[in-house]
Design a protein around this ligand. Structure first.
Ligand SMILES: Cc1cc2nc3c(=O)[nH]c(=O)nc-3n(C[C@H](O)[C@H](O)[C@H](O)COP(=O)(O)OP(=O)(O)OC[C@H]3O[C@@H](n4cnc5c(N)ncnc54)[C@H](O)[C@@H]3O)c2cc1C
Length: 564
């Protein structure tokens, strides 16, 4: 069993420091900041007990709320749906301890701020069964009707090795890959900035596909190489759905190993937000021992927020969907920012037009997943005729795209994510009910495994999700398009409010789409810590000099600005 101390243990390396999600845009050591005995800051006694509204009880809202509670504020949490947001571990009704991870399901060891909270919550992890990973009994890659069975990359035809080599070459020549990873390992801010600040102006307007197609490595190989790369890609596979996105988005993932060495949270990642909500931290300023967010909020968050405006006395007025209005010195909004214009009546005067533009230009990825529970992990059975597993993790160019197998051991039900699809592939599923999704996925899989009767193993009801059709999300997570760097910088930098006009101060943003690494919970956590820094300042507090926060080092490390 893994120990809680190793919430997201990195693969053992050759004695060199591990890669972490340190930069490249804002290289700040959030993990060290969190672990420092001086804590995240101090508030003047007059601020103790003052209320702050936190909109959204996802990981960003709950991390910020917990840290602010520890510093002596009273976070008042509003939530439109359920605690956890996109960390949603949905139990199968007939076996509640068996869960489907509808949002985040695999976490890289490089996500060290996120791992800090997993450890604090006492949660354990184990390797996630990704394509060709040691935790995966076998992988089948089926493209153009041709299926390849493999346990490691070496088992695949030479074409796959050539594609992997071409990708490594493209990254090396087009994005200084090895030097950047070395700089991230050393946490060498100067070296990271030297590489990144040269690339940002060049690659902000380059799409992922453009980068691939124009690279020497792929240009000199066949179209088939580009096609196979798109469908199998790197890490978790199937990255062609990100082809229209800015190349900078992809570099952020690969430089920081965000798509490598993934682990799953035993029992479901949804336990993390649940524990942040219900457990009392070891020590809080001002609040008595045993105080938790649940206790401060009377056991339940307030309803979803319907409106935010400036009250006549200058405070911020938050109105919930049942019409109750309360005023606060500050509000932290952690839901997807589209919701500020589409579902929350947020007064325009609270943000300058440039911020509204950045929020409206957000591009969200679509994502759908369909899960079934099965009687046992039958995919470990060997077909005596072929000597191969009867069923494997499957990457395909069919509508299912990725089929993942989650094994809880013999004697317990297994979980199959029949289909994990993004963008256009996710749109194809959107209008279909769960039963039809299962039927269609099984039909596709039958073409790959003609002799296998998956139906005979199904127990319980299927579970499915399309994040874009949920009005509290309107999309899975952000994926910046070419030319979006400036917008992302505006959103990320908004937590430093000293230079803002007074009418724009007091409303803070955090969460997945404020971060540079949307689609990774690490970004939600680290932007929550930025917001904590800004809110502490807003209430007249400061960080300890020996543990400077993200806003304190801003002048030296801020993300580069591109001219407008
Ligand atoms: C399909 C999918 C796969 C993913 N895979 C991974 C992965 O493998 N690894 C990884 O690290 N990350 C992954 N992520 C990203 C990760 O889930 C997010 O980064 C993280 O959960 C976002 O947390 P958040 O607090 O920023 O936002 P959310 O979790 O969205 O929290 C915001 C909350 O605000 C609430 N809300 C909305 N409107 C209102 C309102 N009007 N009033 C009050 N509350 C409101 C919402 O209900 C929600 O609970 C994935 C996400 C998705 C969707």
């Amino acid at each position: 069993m893994p120990s809680p101390a190793d919430a997201l243990p990195a693969e053992p390396g050759a004695g060199e420091p591990s890669i972490t999600m340190f930069g490249p845009d804002f290289p700040f050591a959030y993990d060290d900041h969190l672990a420092h005995p001086a804590g995240l800051g101090r508030l003047p006694a007059a601020a103790h007990g003052r209320e702050i509204a936190v909109v959204g009880a996802g990981i960003a809202g709950l991390v910020a709320a917990q840290e602010l509670m520890k510093l002596g504020l009273r976070p008042v949490v509003y939530e439109a749906d359920r605690i956890g947001g996109r960390l949603r571990s949905e139990p199968f009704r007939s076996s509640p301890e068996t869960i489907a991870e509808l949002g985040a399901m695999r976490f890289p060891p490089s996500a060290t701020a996120f791992a800090y909270y997993l450890r604090e919550a006492g949660l354990t992890t184990r390797p996630f069964p990704n394509p060709l990973s040691p935790a995966t009994p076998s992988t089948v890659i089926e493209l153009g009707g041709e299926a390849h069975y493999a346990r490691t990359l070496a088992d695949l035809p030479a074409l796959f090795r050539e594609v992997a080599d071409a990708w490594a070459e493209a990254l090396e020549y087009g994005a200084d890959f090895a030097r950047m990873q070395a700089a991230i390992r050393r946490r060498d801010v100067g070296a990271i900035k030297a590489i990144w600040n040269r690339l940002v102006p060049i690659l902000d307007e380059e799409s992922f596909y453009g980068f691939i197609a124009r690279s020497q490595a792929f240009r000199t190989r066949s179209f088939r190489h580009r096609e196979v790369f798109g469908q199998v890609g790197f890490g978790t596979g199937g990255w062609d759905t990100d082809f229209p996105n800015s190349m900078l988005e992809i570099l952020r993932v690969v430089y920081t190993d965000a798509d490598a060495g993934h682990r799953l949270v035993e029992g479901g990642v949804g336990q993390l937000p649940a524990r942040l909500w219900s457990r009392a931290p070891a020590r809080c300023v001002h609040w008595p021992a045993g105080t938790s967010l649940a206790a401060l909020n009377g056991g339940a968050p307030r309803p979803g927020v319907a409106a935010i405006d400036r009250a006549p006395d200058g405070r911020l007025a938050v109105t919930d969907r049942w019409g109750r209005t309360a005023t606060f010195d500050a509000v932290l909004v952690t839901c997807q920012t589209w919701l500020l214009s589409a579902r929350i009546d947020c007064a325009e005067r609270l943000f300058p037009p440039s911020m509204w533009m950045a929020m409206e230009r957000s591009h969200y990825m679509q994502a759908s997943k369909t899960f079934i529970m099965v009687d046992r992990p039958f995919w470990r059975d060997i077909d005596p005729a072929t000597g191969r597993h009867v069923f494997s993790l499957t990457l395909s160019d069919r509508i299912t795209r990725g089929t993942y197998l989650i094994d809880h051991g013999e004697g317990r039900p297994g979980v199959i994510c029949l289909s994990y699809a993004w963008e256009d592939d996710a749109m194809k599923w959107m209008s279909l009910p769960a039963e039809e999704r299962v039927r269609l996925a099984l039909h596709s899989l039958r073409q790959i495994y003609p002799g296998l009767d998956i139906r005979a193993h199904i127990v319980g009801e299927p579970i499915t999700v399309s994040w874009e059709s949920d009005p509290n999300f309107m999309g899975a997570f952000k994926g910046n398009l070419p030319g979006h760097y400036r917008y992302q910088r505006r959103l990320f930098a908004h937590f430093r409010q000293e230079d803002m006009a007074p009418e724009h101060r007091g409303i803070f943003l955090a969460g997945d789409d404020i971060s540079w690494t949307a689609g990774w919970a690490e970004g939600a956590v680290t932007t929550a810590l930025n917001a904590v820094w800004g809110i502490v300042r807003h209430f007249g507090g400061a960080t300890a000099p020996e543990n400077p926060g993200p806003g304190d080092v801003w002048d030296d490390r801020q993300p580069m600005a591109l001219p407008d």
